[in-house]
Design a protein around this ligand. Structure first.
Ligand code: GRF
Length: 199
């Protein structure tokens, strides 16, 4: 399965996908990394592993649709079949969504539908929940609202703050993202409307 990763920041989940791909014989291959943030660590991680990486700054384009068309052209050029949003800090618009409907997934650091949007770990701390976690879902036009593919829970203790919770969640994300991309690559993720079946 030809995979693209879109990332705006550190790219530790990208790294987890790269490491797993290099370690074992998996059914996916990361073909391209795209960032909207110049100098994002995700780009150097990609290049260190000889994966092509592109930096497209939205401000260099007249509109969001033009920016997304550039991203889409790049995805098509590389024959991408699945797009992974891994710390991509931008709401996906119609141009990309329509082209990759059902073929775009996102990682979110909470057990959705709780704590959508940014600062999910801080929201969990403020709410005093005792369990949080991470979610991987298909992307739809909403913010963190698409059909849920997989979730992993983590215990929240009194000692936790947003940073320690984020760190705990990221550990789980690094394994879950590899597992889910591999499941999709093996054709084992089936959609029944909003409900996902893993076969
Ligand atoms: C992850 O925690 C993910 O849940 C959120 O952004 C973070 C990205 O981390 N959407 P990284 O860039 O992969 O290290």
């Amino acid at each position: 399965l030809a995979v693209a990763v879109l990332a705006s920041g550190n790219g530790s989940n990208l790294q987890a996908l790269i490491d797993a791909q290099q370690e074992g014989s998996l059914s996916y291959e990361i073909k391209v990394v795209i960032t909207d943030k110049h100098g994002a660590r995700a780009v150097s991680r990609a290049r260190e592993s000889n994966i092509v990486a592109y930096e497209y700054a939205p401000k260099d384009y007249p509109s969001k649709a033009d920016y997304e068309q550039q991203v889409l052209n790049c995805l098509n050029k590389h024959n991408i079949e699945l797009v992974v949003l891994a710390g991509y800090m931008r709401i996906v618009g119609a141009t990309l969504l329509n082209a990759f409907d059902g073929r775009m997934i996102n990682l979110h650091p909470s057990l959705l539908p709780s704590f959508q949007g940014i600062h999910a770990p801080q929201q969990a701390i403020d709410a005093g929940v005792k369990v949080s976690g991470c979610t991987i879902h298909f992307v739809d036009e909403g913010l963190d609202t698409g059909p849920i593919i997989a979730q992993q829970p983590v215990t929240v203790t009194f000692a936790d703050n947003a940073d320690t919770l984020q760190a705990k969640i990221q550990k789980l994300e690094h394994k879950l993202i590899v597992d889910v991309v591999e499941l999709i690559a093996q054709g084992r993720v089936k959609r029944h409307g909003r409900i996902i079946e893993i076969i």
